[in-house]
Ligand binder design. Structure first.
Ligand SMILES: Cc1cc2nc3c(=O)[nH]c(=O)nc-3n(C[C@H](O)[C@H](O)[C@H](O)COP(=O)(O)O)c2cc1C
Length: 97
């Protein structure tokens, strides 16, 4: 499943690839025009927390927008109410000789 979450080589090899998905059914009280921006802000905050955690643990991480959203939605069996926003890879830093 990992390789579906992005085009870049490190995506296939890293231990963990997360996918941030907005569930529009759960935003019934949010005006339609604001749902995507609210979800994106939330995803950015989650991503930043992951960056902080990764930094504290000596891990490497990359938030990724270069993704095939249709392929991810199909692989995860998502519905039209789900919106794939971003992916984030977490792994070990490259060893420097
Ligand atoms: C919204 C957003 C989308 C990004 N998409 C990608 C991406 O698809 N692929 C990638 O390699 N970097 C992408 N980046 C950049 C990396 O996340 C960023 O270079 C990296 O996390 C910084 O790590 P570094 O300081 O260790 O280089 C994106 C950054 C942001 C803010």
């Amino acid at each position: 499943m990992r390789r579906v979450t992005g085009y870049q080589d490190f995506v296939d090899e890293a231990p963990l690839d997360l996918v941030f998905v907005a569930d529009h059914r759960k935003m019934a009280l949010v005006p339609v025009a604001q749902r995507e921006s609210f979800a994106s802000v939330a995803a950015g905050a989650i991503s930043q927390n992951l960056y902080l955690f990764a930094a504290s643990e000596g891990l490497a991480t990359v938030i990724r927008a270069w993704i095939d959203r249709e392929a991810i939605a199909e692989a995860l069996g998502l519905s039209h109410d789900h919106q794939v926003l971003l992916s984030q890879t977490i792994g070990y830093p490259k060893k420097t000789e």
